[in-house]
Design a protein around this ligand. Structure first.
Ligand code: B4P
Length: 182
């Protein structure tokens, strides 16, 4: 199976859900920027205090803040890994490419999980995290289209994108993802 992976997709597509499964089953290191940021918020670090309000409004945290928390972890990566929810903007993708080149670990594949907005909204409202309010979700979906969706073209040009239908049973989606990475 391909070993150095990115997960892309709109909020609520199931990136986190599928990333945990895939990493557990295949011994990959899982790096989720959403989880790292929420850990900072929970620990009330200066970065967490700055970040909490941004996340609750459904905004993207600034590229420089995100990069400051992933940079050190990226340089520690070895073996297989999965970056979940990062990069989310073109500047983040460009910075990532420089960092991966330095450690000589190119991306093998980008898994794009697709799902329509109505199902996304339903799922996130059911999850009920502090950033899962309907108006905030709609704002996050708009930001996804504006800032993150252009990454699909970026990685398509490199022939890396595997598109996965994100609707259906969690286990069935997990099999689709594994199949696409053989
Ligand atoms: P993330 O933590 O990345 O989360 P997400 O996009 O909201 O959700 P994900 O796609 O992982 O869905 P999940 O599996 O949980 O981002 C949160 C925030 O952090 C961002 O809005 C931003 O503020 C900040 N952030 C993170 N990374 C950043 C970056 N690089 N730059 C800037 N800001 C950044 O699934 C959602 C729900 O659906 C769950 O309840 C799950 O149980 C359910 N579900 C999953 N699969 C299902 C299925 N097949 N059927 C039914 N339900 C399912």
């Amino acid at each position: 199976m391909q070993q150095r992976l990115l997960f892309l997709g709109p909020p609520g597509a199931g990136k986190g859900t599928q990333a945990i499964r895939l990493c557990n089953r295949n011994g990959l290191s899982h790096l989720s920027t959403g989880d790292l940021l929420r850990a900072e918020v929970k620990a009330a670090t200066p970065l967490g205090i700055e970040t909490a309000e941004i996340m609750d409004k459904g905004e993207l945290v600034s590229d420089s803040l995100v990069l400051s928390i992933v940079e050190k972890r990226l340089s520690d990566l070895h073996g297989g890994w999965l970056l979940d929810g990062f990069p989310r903007t073109l500047p983040q993708a460009e910075s990532l490419e420089v960092l991966l080149e330095q450690i000589n670990q190119p991306i093998d594949a980008v898994v794009l999980i697709e799902l329509n907005d109505e199902v996304l909204i339903e799922r996130l409202l059911a999850r009920g995290r502090s950033d899962d309010d309907e108006a905030v979700i709609r704002h996050r979906l708009r930001l996804y289209q504006e800032k993150t969706a252009p990454l699909v073209d970026h990685y398509n040009k490199q022939g890396l994108v595997k598109t996965i239908e994100g609707d259906g049973d969690i286990e069935a989606i997990a099999s689709r993802i594994e199949e696409s990475l053989k």
